[in-house]
Design a protein around this ligand. Structure first.
Ligand SMILES: *Cc1c(COP(=O)(O)O)cnc(C)c1O
Length: 403
């Protein structure tokens, strides 16, 4: 049986560029919060495509809508209007601060669009020569060159110099650091409301509101990268809503398409209208199929009590993790909002992930010692319990991985 897995891994290694350190797992099917591999083993999925499969795997309404749209109209150019694109934009505008939406295909692309829009706005509407964007250390904004330049983690930037100029990185959760970095060329501040790849770093209460105030005081744009925190992940449709701090520009991707590739740039009218015909575009952006999928996702998320349930599931999970922390010496910190949680360990996370996989649980880590839990937003309470019992077994007797 295992032969099938090994066979595909061998084939894959031959033809795929070695950009990923992949687990020896070939996934073939998914249903809710459970995925199956080519050899028929099943796993509870607490990775969900890295916070992508918001409604779980192969949700029936989602699949029906995608199939129907694929049967009707798959793709047309943005030289024309298509109805699913308009309907998804309407829903995003209705449920957010934004007046207008631009669609692209990924998180990194939504960041590229945000950087272009901020620069355009600065050149057209701000005094002087403003182009610089202040971003945060330990941030993550994607792998394309501008997004990589914005990202505050040198480990991802090595070997790709020269990076795009015009970014200043300051420490996260430190309002003075931003104020000190503001200069005559500053146009915007860009940050994740909760740092995702940085290890689910939640800023102090009041920090995001203080950043908003600072931007107003200096006439700067505020950009929130909600690629990971957006679409219900934190128990609110968007993380900024709970933080009481409204951006001028917001980026979305990951959960937005529920598993299909779609990204979006949202902005208030005065900013959005700097984009005129010819300034920005994407061939696939806002494709009818992905937008139809996105509409299913946002409709479900905004249907009470969906988000309340996400908050309750998240609180229950955090509580169970706190109980586990008391029973083992390896957990040094826990944090999370909604269904975006992290566990800091004083042992390596990698062997824990391997042990979990052997027991039928998929986990992910953001660094050497930090596990991240981002299950489907539709995860069942009993699946959380199953996850907890597997994790408890492993963390109460960490046989290897002592650092
Ligand atoms: C994942 C992520 C990105 C990049 O998204 P891609 O779709 O991988 O390009 C950007 N910003 C944040 C906050 C992310 O979590």
């Amino acid at each position: 049986m295992l032969e099938q897995t090994q066979n595909w891994i061998n084939k894959g290694a031959e033809v795929l560029m070695p950009t990923y350190a992949r687990f020896p797992l070939v996934l073939t099917q998914g249903d809710g919060a459970v995925v199956a591999d080519v050899d028929g083993n099943t796993y509870i999925d607490f990775v969900s495509g890295i916070a992508v499969n918001a409604l779980g795997h192969c949700d029936a309404d989602f699949v029906n809508a995608v199939q129907d749209q694929a049967d009707t109209l798959l793709h047309v150019s943005n030289l024309y209007y298509n109805i699913p694109q308009i309907q998804l934009a309407e829903a995003l505008v209705e449920h957010s601060f934004a007046d207008k939406v631009f669609f692209c295909n990924s998180g990194a692309e939504s960041i590229e669009a945000a950087i272009k829009l901020a620069r355009l706005y600065a050149h057209q509407k701000m005094d002087g020569d403003r182009f610089e964007i202040i971003t945060m250390e330990r941030s993550f904004h994607g792998r394309t060159l501008a997004a990589l330049s914005a990202t505050g983690q040198t480990q991802y930037q090595q070997g790709f110099s020269p990076l795009l100029p015009g970014f200043k990185h300051v420490s996260f959760n430190n309002i003075e650091a931003i104020e000190k970095a503001i200069g005559p060329n500053t146009a915007a501040v860009m940050l994740e409301p909760i740092q995702g790849e940085g290890g689910v770093r939640i800023p102090a209460p009041g920090y995001l509101a203080a950043v908003r105030k600072l931007c107003d005081q200096y006439g700067l744009l505020l950009i929130f990268d909600e690629v990971q925190t957006g679409m219900g992940r934190t128990g609110h449709l968007f993380a900024y809503q709970e933080a009481g701090s409204t951006p001028d520009i917001m980026t979305l991707a990951k959960g937005l398409g529920g598993g299909l590739p779609v990204g979006a740039l949202l902005a208030k009218e005065a900013v959005a209208n700097c984009f005129q015909p010819g300034t920005h575009a994407s061939t696939f952006g806002g494709n009818p199929v992905v937008c139809r999928a996105g509409k299913i996702v946002i409709d479900r998320l905004t249907q009470p009590p969906f988000l309340k349930q996400v908050r309750e599931l998240g609180m229950d999970l955090l509580k169970q993790l706190e109980t586990l922390q008391k029973q083992t010496s390896v957990i040094t910190d826990l944090r999370g909002k909604g269904l975006m949680l992290a566990i800091d360990l004083n042992i390596s996370a990698a062997p824990v992930i391997d042990a979990a996989m052997k027991r039928g649980l998929l986990l992910n880590r953001t660094s050497e010692n930090t596990l991240r839990l981002v299950p489907p937003l539709t995860v069942l309470p009993e699946e959380i319990d199953q996850m907890m019992s597997i994790l408890s077994e492993i963390l109460k007797e960490p046989s290897d991985g002592k650092t």
